[in-house]
Design a protein around this ligand. Sequence first.
Ligand code: ATP
Ligand code: MG
Length: 286
Amino acid sequence: MALKLAKPEPPMAPPPEDSRGRNPELEERLRWFPPNTHITIRGLDKAFGDTTIYEGFDLNIPRGKITSVFGPNGCGKSTLINMISGLIPYDGGEILFDGKSLSETHISYVFQNYREALFPWMRAIDNIHYPLKLMGVPAAERKRRVDALIESFDVPIDFNAYPYQLSGGQMQTICIMRALVVDPEVLFLDEPFSALDYEMTLLMRDRLQKIFQERGTTMMMVSHNLEDAVWLADHILLLTRKPTRIADMVAFEADRPRTATTVSDPEFVRVQKHCLEIFLKEASVR
Ligand SMILES: Nc1ncnc2c1ncn2[C@@H]1O[C@H](COP(=O)(O)OP(=O)(O)OP(=O)(O)O)[C@@H](O)[C@H]1O
Ligand SMILES: [Mg+2]
């Protein structure tokens, strides 16, 4: 199979659809994500009652890349990452990580609702330590890993504070650090910035990028915000309305580290515009 299939060539006009609304050219392109597929999804089915969300859904998620998931309200973005990460069951199909099952794979998840995600009776630092404790990592090694992460994040947070003493952005930072401290093979994030103000969002996406550059963790991030989705991503997975299909998988290949001004680079503007055009075809707002 041809390696050139990995990247769409500019200009990125959407490939043609057939009469059933499928997109054979895109499906062929996505069938194989060379050279480095991490998560393989084949024939995934999911319904809630009579409502079909996914039917025969195929997707390849590349290793060591950030894939953003963007699509209309209620199309099944959370459902998708929740199925992949094992939080909810699926009705049919197969999801493999490097050919392995989820139980043989080390994953982490950052929930949208950070207020309920931290243990309120534990100081921030103890929240970060907690998963390592569960894994039985010795205290000295735990301290080494947590200290290294704190140094790398370099955020102005009192790690001895309890969650109720922290701002929303600080709490979400602790959640992200707690997810990263175990050094997962895959990190799932469901709208990690949705409750943060703009300044905190810029800080958090910068820190996520920094960790990504240091570790190369495969990340899959749902975002409601197209700017965040494109800024962090190597690929933006655009979903259709229900029953949900892939509308496009768009590459954004700007060098890292990306900065706050990346959003005004011509390539960023081009990719964001393309994503917006695809999104508007699917969304109820035109
Ligand atoms: N447990 C459930 N029971 C019934 N329907 C559900 C359940 N969870 C999700 N749904 C429905 O499935 C669809 C997809 O939900 P999901 O939360 O995955 O969408 P989403 O794309 O993440 O939406 P949003 O943009 O609002 O975050 C929605 O129509 C939702 O109402
Ligand atoms: Mg959601």
